[in-house]
Design a protein around this ligand. Structure first.
Ligand SMILES: [Zn+2]
Length: 315
């Protein structure tokens, strides 16, 4: 009897250990479907937004900075067209189930460089439709090149969550950390902002006090529990941004949950994020849930982190 009991306990522990080891795959599998979820109903837009068609919205931060929204996607996403005198950058490309190119062409006749903040499927949607594509240069990405063609891994892309095949893109430019992209009379700087993934970037227009954050920060739960997420990186980046960026800098983010219009946060949200990360590192923050473990940052932001003993903090 004791033997059966012991065998059962060992089997349960093994099952639990396996579940924990495969927690990312199990979480993705639990959230996955064969196709994108149905679109949300059209909602009223903010005063400055307009519909481009039935799906995309356009907002303008200023005459040369446009926000292309996909508010009907189940996780609304926002991409940014940043224009200079000679060229424009499209920072993030949205979901693969729609075509952003006509929206971009309606806003600019200048050559457009498409730059994804990272490779998750909701940020690289129609990248293959663009002639000029730039990625942050990393040894990992270089090792994935076949000639001038790049294809993301499953973990980099995560598109299986909505039934998307892994895409292939022709890369025309490699970006380095700190590099200034010259748009003519305007420049944006590449800022390496890992945390959400180990390859994420933001773009900084210092003159106009605008930081385009990608998924580093946004209103809602921050995904800091993915296989290539790092809380240590999240904290290092927060400290660096607080040192480098003026207090009045506006943060234009890729997602939002409850607010309407263009998703914008402020530097004080990064202060709150840094404080939360320090408290989590020091074991002083009470999280809820198991995987992910959720820590409140402020009334608009939560941090969804890995199970506490797998958070892997390093100096
Ligand atoms: Zn992402």
């Amino acid at each position: 009897m004791l033997r059966i009991f012991l065998i059962s306990i060992v089997a349960l522990i093994a099952l639990g250990a396996t579940a924990i080891q495969y927690r990312f795959d199990l979480a993705v599998a639990a959230l996955s479907s064969d196709s994108p979820p149905p679109l949300l109903d059209k909602r009223e837009l903010s005063a400055t937004e307009r519909w481009f068609d039935d799906y995309y919205t356009i907002d303008s931060i200023d005459a040369r900075t446009h926000v292309i929204g996909e508010p009907r996607a189940s996780g609304p996403v926002f991409s940014y067209l940043i224009e200079g005198r000679d060229r424009a950058v499209l920072f993030d490309i949205g979901y693969p189930s729609a075509n952003i190119l006509p929206v971009v062409e309606s806003l600019t006749d200048k050559p457009v460089l498409a730059v994804p903040s990272h490779l998750h499927y909701d940020h690289v949607g129609n990248l293959e439709r663009f002639e000029n594509i730039a990625l942050l240069d990393t040894p990992q990405r270089r090792s994935q090149m076949e000639g001038d063609i790049f294809s993301p891994t499953h973990v980099q892309y995560l598109g299986s969550a909505e039934g998307h095949e892994i895409p292939r893109w022709k890369i025309t430019k490699w970006l380095s950390e700190g590099e200034e992209i010259d748009l003519g009379d305007r420049t944006v700087r590449v800022v390496f902002t890992p945390g959400h993934t180990d390859e994420s970037i933001s773009l900084w227009d210092e003159t106009n006090a605008q930081l385009f954050t990608g998924d580093y920060i946004y209103e809602g739960p921050l995904y800091a529990f993915l296989p290539n997420s790092s809380l240590t990186d999240y904290l290092t980046v927060a400290e660096n941004l607080l040192l480098k960026l003026p207090k009045e800098t506006k943060l234009y983010t890729a997602h939002r949950m409850n607010i309407t219009g263009t998703p914008v946060l402020e530097m004080r949200d990064i202060v709150a994020l840094r404080d939360t990360l320090e408290a989590v590192r020091d074991g002083e923050a009470a999280g809820s849930g198991f995987f992910p473990t959720r820590y409140p940052v402020n009334d608009r932001i939560d941090l969804d982190a890995d199970i506490p003993w797998y958070q892997g903090w390093s100096e």
